[in-house]
Ligand binder design. Structure first.
Ligand code: NAD
Ligand code: UD1
Length: 358
């Protein structure tokens, strides 16, 4: 943390969503000023209201689409941003296979429009929500940032395409500072229980599915395969608490601020961040059955399950090498699987229907 330094203003696209809301709280706690820009396609005003209540002040929120250049222009003209955290995007793998144009349009074209506006207003600090999905089926574990990248579905391709765009941008102009945070499996909720993940339909991802079984919204979990070469035959993932993930974004901006200050001081050589991919995970793998058992212990609820076929496109194991985040950002995940389950359970049991309180 930088002392005695007036913190800068950040534009948070997609800041009304799951990871965005938690990051807004972390930014506020770290002293950053921010503006949220979101089209509410996959989120609600209620989420914004809850964040405002939690931080004790009204969030500056603009309803708008990242593909709308005119709307973005007004936002950039009205504020002096130090940088942008870019969460806005669509994230459902299955839907992306059915609607690839929608995904490329939103995730790739939208990001290009945003970057063009940043360029026009000379805002060159950018933190992008990338994903461990860009590693495809990893050749070795833990996965470090230099691992080969490949994707098999349009969602993953859209993340990879943006990474390539950022790499090209960094080569074209060294005044860009472009960090791609590759999230592993974000789970959990704010410890207050007031904000959390609120899937629209039946959840695709494991943790929200388990928690909806625990709260009796769903009957039983299907575990996709028990014949993987893992500790118990079920898939292994690197689950990371969303509040740890949020802190990772603060650490990324603290890092960008520090570079800017060093450059402005004129006492050091000019330093360009360029394109910097960084994993955000815990470095530890947990199997599906281990997560089910931990959730059951914490909630005191039975989680009925059945084994079914493997899900197409799934890999056996995936967990991060976290050395780069620690070395460059001084950040590491602190919270355990028990914390992740406890906080998910608190949010799920307090608000079984998420932000829909009607
Ligand atoms: P989310 O859907 O909860 O949040 C995304 C937000 O972006 C939503 O509020 C949505 O309304 C908004 N949005 C979407 N398209 C927009 C557009 N065109 N203009 C303006 N706003 C728009 O998702 P999340 O889980 O918070 O994920 C945030 C980012 O992190 C996404 O880019 C996602 O792909 C990425 N990511 C998420 C995970 C995960 O497991 N949640 C993992 C890896 C990467
Ligand atoms: C999935 C996406 C990935 C995306 C990530 C976060 C796929 C193939 N991958 O990753 O691109 O970045 O979500 O949004 O969709 N599982 C079950 N039963 C369920 C749900 C999941 O057994 O009902 C298993 C899966 O087989 C996997 C593990 O739980 O082994 C984790 O699944 P999930 O939460 O969907 O995350 P990923 O597959 O890692």
């Amino acid at each position: 943390m930088l002392e005695n330094f007036m913190k800068n203003k950040i534009l948070v696209t997609g800041g009304a969503g799951y990871i965005g809301t938690h990051t807004c709280i972390a930014l506020h706690e770290a002293g950053y000023d921010f503006v949220v820009y979101d089209n509410l396609f996959n989120s609600s005003r209620e989420a914004i209201n809850r964040v405002s209540t939690l931080i004790g002040q009204t969030i500056e929120f603009i309803e708008g689409d990242i593909r709308d250049a005119e709307s973005l222009k007004q936002v950039f003209a009205a504020h002096h941003f130090f940088g942008v955290i870019h969460f806005a995007g669509l994230k459902a793998v299955g839907e992306s296979v059915a609607k690839p144009l929608m995904y490329y349009n939103n995730n790739v074209s939208g990001t290009i429009t945003l970057l063009e506006m940043m360029s026009e207003y000379d805002v060159k600090n950018f933190v992008f929500s990338s994903s461990a999905t860009v590693y495809g089926n990893p050749e070795s574990l833990p996965i470090d940032e230099s691992s080969k990248r490949s994707c098999t579905n349009p969602y993953g391709q859209s993340k990879l395409a943006v990474e390539h765009i950022l790499e090209d941008l960094a080569v074209s102009d060294d005044s860009w500072n472009l960090i791609a945070l590759r999230y592993f499996n974000p789970v959990g909720a704010h410890p207050s229980g007031q904000i959390g993940e609120d899937p629209n339909d039946i959840p695709n991802n494991l943790m929200p599915y388990i928690s909806q079984v625990a709260v009796d919204k769903l009957e039983k979990l299907s575990i996709f395969g028990n014949d993987y070469s893992t500790v118990d035959g079920t898939g292994v993932r690197d689950f990371i608490h969303v509040t740890d993930l949020a802190q990772g974004h603060v650490a990324a901006f603290d890092y960008l601020e520090k570079q800017t200050r060093l450059n402005e001081s004129g006492t050091t050589q000019q330093y360009s961040v360029g394109f910097l991919p960084i994993n955000l995970g815990t470095g530890k793998g947990t199997s599906v059955l281990e997560l089910v058992s931990a959730f059951s212990d914490v909630s005191g609820q039975a989680i009925p399950y059945q084994f079914t076929d493997r899900r197409a496109g799934d890999i056996a194991s995936c967990y991060a090498s976290v050395d780069k985040a620690k070395m460059l950002l001084g950040w590491q995940a602190e919270l355990s699987i028990t914390d992740m389950c406890q906080d998910t359970w608190r949010w799920q049991s307090m608000y079984p229907n998420g932000y829909d309180v009607s």
